[in-house]
Design a protein around this ligand. Structure first.
Ligand code: TRP
Length: 335
């Protein structure tokens, strides 16, 4: 039997090349090797301020683009987290075996708390517990994530251990699977590529928009003029070439930059063309799905049905191990 894999996808509404290179592209390669479950984690998304009106569209867009990018619903399960309510039930239960000292150490919590000072809520604090619940609910053993999630995975293992030692061996300890793609920097060359920093190239953006964004993207900050020789290693555009361009083009870019043989715009044009070419099939597939919105909704509905079944099995075990399975007499009493 194949091991089970689980990962969570933030419903950002926009999937960008950072998500693609750092996550989706690698997940697609794992579809045959593991039994894969992907959840669009809307319960996580509400731990920071959001506009309720936008949420349905954000969820559907991410589902559509992820399917277009290769998460074939015939080979994996995709569902919306809040459609399987056992996630919150298990999260609550796991809260009771999670020391708050561990949560206080989470760097993502500290970062987000600093960025959203006006809304440091208990849900944000317990975010990693919900994440542990996501994984443990399906007894998933493999969790493909980026470097920034390793601490959350360590905590998930710790929570599984604590639960098991108190209530019996129910959960396997999940392991992270790190992709070989390092984190992709945004077009500002300063922050990780992200929707919220508005420094991204979207997977379904038009060739014109991709070029517009790239043409103003930050390059080697020390190369001030066309005639200055540059240093490719410190140029974000050069690093992007490594994901999208041929070896010849990567060498051409590095040598041209070092010798001031090419200008930044020239270098960016080649990158832009290559990105456009790689994304063209994804863009086409997304458009096809947009013309058939019933399909994506069907996928999500079927996904939730399957996950609900699995989740209910686990919850039965969990409740009974904790003494939460009192069975009341089914007959109404006659007084
Ligand atoms: N916290 C993850 C992120 O921000 C998303 C996530 C939620 C997740 N639940 C998960 C990832 C379970 C892996 C497994 O990227």
């Amino acid at each position: 039997m194949k091991k089970r894999l689980f990962s969570g996808i933030q419903p950002t509404g926009e999937v960008h090349i950072g998500n693609y290179l750092g996550a989706i592209k690698n997940w697609v390669k794992l579809l045959g090797k593991y039994e894969c479950i992907f959840s669009i984690v809307d319960y996580h998304a509400i731990t920071v301020e959001h506009n309720p009106k936008d949420m349905p569209q954000r969820i559907l867009r991410v589902a559509t683009v992820d399917i277009a990018a290769g998460l074939d619903p015939e080979r994996c399960t995709i569902f919306i987290q809040s459609h399987v309510q056992e996630h919150v039930e298990l999260a609550w239960i796991l809260n009771t075996v999670t020391p708050i000292g561990h949560l206080e150490r989470m760097t993502q919590f500290k970062d987000k708390a600093a960025r959203h000072r006006e809304n440091v809520n208990a849900g944000l604090f317990a975010y990693p517990v919900l994440q542990a619940a996501d994984i443990l609910l399906y007894k998933a053993e493999i969790v493909p994530v980026g470097e920034d999630q390793v601490q959350h995975l360590e905590l998930s293992r710790e929570i599984a251990r604590k639960f098991n030692s108190r209530y019996g061996d129910i959960f396997p300890e999940p392991k992270e699977l790190l992709s070989d793609a390092p984190r992709v920097m945004g077009l500002d060359a300063e922050n990780k590529m992200s929707k919220s920093m508005n420094n991204y190239i979207g997977l379904t953006e038009s060739p014109e928009v991709i070029w517009k964004k790239l043409s103003v993207a930050v390059t080697d900050p020390a190369r001030k003029k066309r005639s200055d020789p540059g240093t490719p290693e410190i140029c974000n555009i050069y690093h992007l070439h490594k994901y999208f361009s041929s070896n010849e083009e990567i060498d051409w870019s590095a040598n041209g930059c070092r010798t001031a043989g090419i200008g930044c715009l020239e270098c960016k044009k080649v990158l832009s063309d290559n990105i456009v070419q790689e994304l063209a099939p994804i863009r086409g597939k997304a458009r096809e799905l947009d013309n058939n919105p019933g399909y994506v909704q069907d996928v999500l509905r079927r996904g939730a049905e399957r996950c609900r079944e699995l989740a209910q099995e686990t919850m039965k075990e969990v409740r009974s191990s904790m003494g939460l399975d009192l069975n009341l007499h089914p007959q109404p009493s006659k007084l």
